[in-house]
Design a protein around this ligand. Structure first.
Ligand SMILES: [Zn+2]
Length: 303
């Protein structure tokens, strides 16, 4: 594996098409997840029902997935007003937003600024990933929110309080968590995955905003919420153990990169050595996208 190949995002071309396809699963009273089914570029999507309104978390990749998510949300919510928010602006989480034509869309301000700055570039990058991805992005309309907030926003959906929070740069510049304090249930977006390697969107010169160091701090802050249920960006839901595993991975990667760089190893050597070590340490993680490890190494080398 050369460095360039290792750092180039690629998909498992034998994977199913990246379309939201699951049926909603009720994970707490009035809280549903449309599971990703571990399909690449399909996120876990949340639907949270209060007495008066419903909140959808993430919209899927493109108009077709957005329409599926919207239909399921409408089936669950009935005639309640819908809100839509995104864990972050990345295409598979947000580029289905246009299908929520009847929803009030809420982003944090940093996320919205990042979306406006980068969405067109990410659209082109994703269109180049595969014909299946390009197909899902046909007709995409980059959709702005109706409401932006700074720092945090609490929604009272009617007997259901939802806390939207930002934590500074980590996986993206505007990551947002969605926490239900009564249920102690946390949607993390791509700050946490389950048996997928964390994604470092480190694509110089186009995007170098991932902050691996602060990501570790953010995960520690999320551990402070003591969630009972954690819905990751991708992969099965779990408990606080998902946060602990993410923290272990990030700190393990950081210390290993620092140590190997101090030994004078090249970037390519570090990536090869660590890929072997990490695959052995996390044998049940999806290893079909080696660029995830390579870009992780590169972000820590760039500190
Ligand atoms: Zn992401």
């Amino acid at each position: 594996m050369n460095d360039e190949a290792a750092a180039t995002p690629g998909l498992n071309l034998t994977a199913p098409p990246p379309i939201v396809h699951g049926r909603p699963v009720e994970i707490a009273d009035g809280v549903y997840v449309i599971p990703d089914g571990r399909v690449p570029l399909v996120p876990n999507i949340g639907v949270i029902l209060g007495d008066r309104a419903a909140l959808v978390v993430d919209a899927g990749l493109g108009p077709r997935s957005g329409a599926v998510a919207h239909q399921i949300a409408r089936e669950l919510a009935g005639d309640r007003p819908l809100y839509l928010t995104l864990t972050h602006f990345h295409p598979e989480h947000g580029f289905g937003a246009q299908a929520f034509y009847d929803a009030t869309i809420i982003y944090n301000r940093t996320q919205h600024d990042e979306f406006r700055q980068k969405a067109q570039g990410y659209l082109q990058q994703f269109q180049g990933l595969s014909s299946a991805v390009a197909k899902e992005l046909e007709g995409v309309e980059l959709t702005d929110p109706h409401i932006t907030y700074d720092g945090g926003a609490d929604l009272d959906l009617g007997g259901k309080i939802v806390e939207l929070r930002t934590w500074g740069r980590a996986h993206s510049r505007g990551d947002q968590t969605i926490f239900l304090p009564e249920e102690r249930l946390l949607f993390t977006g791509d700050l946490v995955e389950n048996r997928f390697y964390p994604i470092f969107p480190y694509f110089p010169p186009y995007d170098v905003d991932v902050d691996s160091q602060n990501w570790i701090t953010v995960v520690e802050a999320l551990q402070g919420l003591a969630p009972l249920v954690v819905v990751p960006g991708h992969g099965e839901l779990g408990d606080a153990g998902l946060l602990a595993t993410t923290h272990e991975y990030l700190t393990r990667l950081r210390s290993s990169v620092i140590q190997l760089a101090a030994e004078g190893r090249s970037e390519g050597e570090i990536i090869s050595l660590l890929a072997a070590q990490l695959h052995a340490h996390y044998p049940d993680w999806d290893a079909t996208e080696p660029w995830r490890i390579a870009t992780g190494v590169q972000t820590f080398l760039a500190l």
